[in-house]
Write a new protein. Structure first.
Length: 306
């Protein structure tokens, strides 16, 4: 039971660490006069993915590396974001989507899923492939910023020293939380007789995806489907390209053939299915129920096969 308590406390530390860093980074951006779009596309997107990023990076650095934790965390987060976050939001409230999202963000999500499918064909991602993934994300970000460019104003806020302390406190919480999280996963996997990748997909991925899940449901309830969709699409592409790409710079991100063959095709499939669903500028309650069902069917399959 102790390992599950450590897991829960570490998850809280990751959440508040990411929240502290995001709040302080938004303040710094406003001090520098950065536009709201750039803040959203960079600072907020990175902030909501910080738990996954920090845990995956620490997993690659400790005891010779735990690449299966990084692979399971990223693939599981994409499944949870799409199946649970968007699925549950649509199942309860339905989601209406702006056409512009279909033309840019959704197309990029599908391209990023194709990219990780290709680099994982040999069940590992090398540092060269990691640089390729990162370059794809940076190219998209540059395109998005140029498309939304507008006159920048001077800093709209004065610098407040407390945000520097908040930022440093967030870094400490993320570092400590990620280290204990990796240790908890190793212990839980040994206790339950499951692989670290499976524990990462089921426990870690859902835990680190809670911000996206809650954001999507609340946004859909308030009739802000674009926010729900944008948050999930941004998190999924960041997870796929930046986190996997960065982790591979430490060492190859490798996982067993059985795990990749069971998980990766469903990650690509649920993303393609999402693409078809939103062609009508909405995700219906029935379609949301389908996404949730696919997620739980995949979890049952993973537990049965692996």
């Amino acid at each position: 039971m102790l390992e599950f308590l450590i897991f829960a406390v570490s998850l809280v530390a990751l959440y508040y660490g990411a929240k502290s860093i995001t709040e302080s980074a938004v303040h710094f951006a406003k001090v520098l006069g950065v536009s709201e779009f750039v803040i959203g596309a960079t600072v907020v997107a990175f902030g909501t993915s910080l738990p996954e990023f920090s845990t995956s990076l620490v997993a690659m650095l400790v005891d010779g590396g735990r690449p299966e934790i990084a692979a399971g965390n990223v693939l599981g987060s994409i499944l949870a974001n799409t199946g649970l976050a968007l699925g549950a939001a649509a199942m309860f409230y339905g989601i209406y989507i702006d056409r512009k999202i279909l033309e840019t963000d959704l197309s990029f999500l599908l391209a990023s899923m194709l990219a990780i499918f290709v680099v994982f064909l040999d069940y590992r991602i090398t540092w060269i492939e990691g640089i390729f993934l990162i370059a794809i994300y940076l190219s998209f970000l540059r395109h998005e910023i140029s498309e939304h460019r507008r006159g920048e104003s001077r800093g709209s806020e004065k610098f407040r020293p407390r945000y520097l302390g908040l930022f440093l406190a967030g870094v400490v919480m993320l570092s400590v939380g990620a280290n204990y999280m990796v240790e908890a996963i190793r212990t839980i996997s040994a206790t339950l007789g499951l692989s670290e990748a499976v524990v990462a997909v089921i426990l870690l991925a859902v835990g680190t995806s809670l911000p996206e899940i809650s954001t999507a449901v609340v946004a859909a309830k308030n009739g802000r489907g674009d926010i729900a969709m944008g948050d999930v699409l941004g998190a999924n592409t960041f997870n796929a390209l930046i986190i996997l790409g960065s982790a591979s710079l430490v060492q190859d991100v490798a996982a067993s053939e059985a795990f990749i063959s069971t998980t990766l095709p469903v990650v690509v499939l649920i993303s393609l299915l999402l693409g078809f669903m939103v062609l009508g500028n909405r995700i219906t309650r029935f379609e949301g129920s389908m996404l949730v069902a696919i997620y739980f069917l995949e979890i049952i399959t993973i537990l049965t096969i692996l």
